[in-house]
Design a protein around this ligand. Structure first.
Ligand code: HEC
Ligand code: HEC
Length: 156
């Protein structure tokens, strides 16, 4: 019984320290501003759905409204510059609602308040060529589809 008690007590300690460790971790605050700029290199996790963590109560810094990763045409490497724009109409028509810069790692992200539903994305690649998404958005979590159920976002 002595051994069993030791094991049980050890488990209790392990669970206890696990819980207190977690409660000390910083949880995501939607007050933080975190917006990509040209040349920035402090982002990470290219290709992952940023909003798995950058959301209310998540561990990422800031709650992103629009975020994702852009690649070259062959989808083999990330872009290191370029721009994402969201328009109210297809193919660059209507109003330009939001502009988000692609950083040096291919990531783009913003915590700015944007009403995503019905907006149409466009990418301008490093050479200035523009490409448009043909359908309207219902989510700003670009990497929840791109690289998963459809090709990666790419630009030239
Ligand atoms: C698995 C969780 C997770 C995912 C997925 C994630 N992040 Fe983060 N992110 C974090 C955490 C935690 C921090 C704060 C600590 C740190 O800097 O690593 C953070 C911090 C950041 C920062 C601030 C870094 C700084 O030094 O100021 C940026 C920018 C960022 N993330 C961008 C992104 C982008 C863009 C994506 C998607 C391509 C993404 N993150 C995906 C968890 C994540
Ligand atoms: C619900 C899934 C989904 C989400 C979310 C999504 N896309 Fe798309 N996207 C698609 C599909 C499918 C296509 C190809 C068909 C089309 O153009 O509608 C596409 C095409 C594109 C294209 C044209 C092809 C290319 O890569 O140059 C761009 C640019 C684009 N999306 C950017 C974005 C951006 C930026 C976001 C986030 C703000 C985003 N998409 C969110 C599904 C999605």
């Amino acid at each position: 019984m002595k051994n069993l008690n030791t094991i049980l007590f050890g488990t209790f300690l392990a669970v206890g320290s696990f819980i207190s460790f977690n409660s000390c971790e910083k949880s995501g605050s939607c007050d933080e501003t975190n917006i990509s700029k040209a040349g920035d290199d402090d982002s990470h996790n290219m290709g992952q759905n940023c909003m798995q963590c950058h959301t209310s109560g998540g561990k990422g810094e800031g709650c992103f409204t629009v975020a994702g990763t852009a690649y070259n045409e062959a989808q083999t490497s990330t872009l290191n510059s370029g721009t994402i724009e969201l328009y109210s109409g297809p193919n660059g028509t209507g109003n330009l609602v939001t502009t988000v810069k692609i950083d040096s790692k291919g990531n783009f992200y913003t915590t700015a308040s944007v009403s995503i539903n019905g907006l149409y994305p466009a990418i301008t690649g490093p050479t200035g060529q523009k490409q448009y998404m043909g359908s309207a958005l219902s989510s700003g979590q670009c990497n929840s589809c791109h690289g998963v159920s459809t090709g990666k976002i790419w630009g030239n």
